[in-house]
Each structure stands twice: as C-alpha cells, then as structure tokens.
Write a protein that binds this ligand. Sequence first.
Ligand code: NZQ
Ligand code: ZN
Length: 394
Amino acid sequence: MANNFNYYSPTEVIFGKGAEQETGKQLKRLGASHVLLVYGGNSARRSGLLDKIRYSLKQEDISYSELEGIVPNPRLDKVYEGIRIGKTDNIDFLLAIGGGSVIDTAKAIAYGLAEPEHDVWELFQHVRTATKCLPVASILTIAAAGSETSKGCVITNEKTGEKRAYDDNLARPKIAIMNPEYTISLPDYQTESGCVDIMMHTMERYFTNGGSLEITDAIAEALLRTVMANAIILHDNPNHYDARSEIMWAGSLAHNDLTGCGNDGGDFMTHKLEHEMGGMFDVTHGAGLAAIWPSWARYVYEDCLPRFVRFARNVMGITLEGTDKEIAEAGICAVEEFYRSIGMPTNMRELGIMPSDKQILDMANRCMIACGSRTGSAKKLKVEDAVEIYKNAR
Ligand code: NZQ
Ligand code: ZN
C-alpha cells in the first residue's frame, strides 16, 4: 500500500548546451548582489567554465568573492573558511561550480552564514536544526551525488574523521544549471563512480519494507536500466553527449525524492555504511558504495525478498526459473557483474582498502550513532550487523 507523502522539489533546472551562459541573468532574477563562488581543484578553471561564470556575473553587475580548493569528501575547515569570507564580504548568495563536494560545502556555508551565532557543525551532529539558510545555486560538472536538487549536505570533520549528513529542504538549490558537455572531461573513474551513486540513490529507496506505489517503482526501474545502459556507452565512448545527458538528468531525478514517493523514503544503510569508509579512508563515494552494496544485499535480501526478486526480473533482466532466493541471488550477482564491467569494485579489496577488525568495529559504532533511530528499512541493522556486513565486504 502507498504511504502518504509530501513531494517538494523546488529547484529550477536549466539543462543543456550553453545553459551556463544564463547564470548572471538567473542570479539577478533571484536577487543576488554579492555572490560567493565555491569550486574545487582545477577542473572548472581548466574547462573555461569558471571564466564564463565570472563573465556572466559581471555582465549583470553582480559582484563576487571566491572560495577554491574544495576536495572530495569535503572538509569542515573549508566550510569555516567560507563562513569567514562570507561575513567579511557580506555575501548574500552561494554559487557552487562543481559536484556534490562543492555544492555541499556551499550549502553548509549558507547555513553557517544564515545563523552566524551558532556553530554549523552542530547541524551535522544533530543537536539542533536549521531555521534559515542563504540561497544556493549550482552549476553541475559531475553527475553523481544529486546535491544539485537534493536536500542533502554531507561534510567531513577532518579532525575527528566523522563524515556526517544533514538533510533539510532549506538548502535545496534555487536553480541547477546543467550542461552535460562539461562532464565530458571527467576521469572515467569519476564518471563510473557517479553512475553507481545515482543507481544507489534509487536502490536505497527501492529496497524497503515500508509501502510502495507502482508508478514510483516503474520510474525507479526505468531510471536504473537507463543509467546502466548509458554507463556502458560512456565506458567505451566518454564523449557521447546523449549518454552524458541521460546520466546527468538521471542523477537529479534519483535524489530529488521522486523515487521515494509512496514508499517510506528508503533504507539508506549502504550510504550510512559507506560514509564511514569515506570518513576513515577518504574513498570516492560511488566506488565505496559499489564495494559495500553486495555484502549489504546478501545480508538483508531474505528480509526483503519480494523487492529483490522484482529487481532481479525488472532491472537486471534475470529470466532464471527457480526459487525466490535463487532469483534474488542471481540479481545481486548481476549487479556485481555490471559493476565490474564498468571498472567499479565489488568489495573493499578491489576498492583498495583493508580495514582491520578494530577499524571495522569503529566504523560500525560510528555508523549506528550517525543513524540515530533510522537504521534501515529492508532490514533494521544493529552494530553487530554492520560489523558483519563490513567483514563480508573485505
Ligand atoms: O576539484 P575538481 O578539480 O573539480 O575535481 C573534481 C573531484 O576531484 C572532479 N570533477 C568534477 N567535475 C569535473 C571533475 N573533473 C573533471 N571534469 C569535470 N567536469 O571530480 C572529483 C569528485 O568531485 P565530487 O564533487 O567529490 O563528486 P561527487 O559529485 O561524486 O560528490 C561526492 C560527495 O557528495 C556526497 C558524497 O558523500 C561525497 O562527499 N553526497 C552528497 C549528497 C547530497 N548532498 O545529497 C548525497 C550523496 O549520497 C553523497 O553522500
Ligand atoms: Zn550517494
């Protein structure tokens, strides 16, 4: 039966070739007067995108300051640096140019500037909730995290090694500017990690025991099939514009909550388990998800068997006649095969990490603290379950 739901996806999407040229006009319309540009290492500069954005803002007489050097698994110290710049320069609008790490940093700065009397990290510790947030816009250069339309924000406290999420509609970007051409310069590993992340945002919401709606399931299944087909195209031909477009749009739809309508919003334990791997070992998020999912899936599938069977049939194309368990297991194997075919890991060894028993216990404990009362929907997990899942993924 379908659960009640509120679907709130207010981000205006400006999609396609040349979309970035609209930046200045759009920000003017949204009332921006002094913008903080937030970006990562070199990719936005190298592609010429950064210069185009500066030009577009100048055309509209919008002034700006800049914060560069955001790294993957983005760090709290850069958030604080951005808040300091924002206070000094009277920033009233955040513009992220990059991927999830950059957008999440911009969101965190936006929270910090809106309520400067509080430490922004408290949000990620879940000791308070935000009441305000400065407006954020994003110019996306990698299809993956979905932060360009999501309510999510994930920051790593580099001092404690904690990678923590804070979800709030307040931070959903006002606009997302997406030109798939800018994703062509991505290293293959980032493209493929992005595809896994997009799939996982859909699968997290699909594998639940909490209600369902046929239209939501059908959208999720089509999304997953589309991402897999186009990930394979991009693995052979990274310059394929149409495949880039499919993946980029899928990335937003996968995490703007569309595929959570009518179900209970999802399981999300693969994400929670992976965030600890990111916090401890600084692994690429999508690759980390690929490495932990098979172990999670084998641990929980008997508690969520009808969904795993449906997934095997409708997404992975399993035609095998057999018991439900056999069909579900064949579906999990098919996901592993797909990951390998695009160069993604299926366990921690292939990911390049080998946590000790002590590190696994630490990750499991931290994971359950980060989860609070939301410890899964396909199967509710405890610390000892998390330990087993990590161990089986080594
Ligand atoms: O720093 P630059 O030079 O830009 O390089 C980046 C970075 O090294 C590179 N890159 C981005 N666009 C490029 C490019 N290189 C060449 N050409 C381009 N066009 O890609 C690397 C990865 O960037 P990052 O922003 O880290 O990628 P992604 O979008 O995968 O974001 C991952 C982060 O988002 C979080 C993850 O945990 C992780 O910290 N997530 C955020 C979510 C949210 N806010 O809703 C949900 C997700 O589940 C996820 O947890
Ligand atoms: Zn993710």
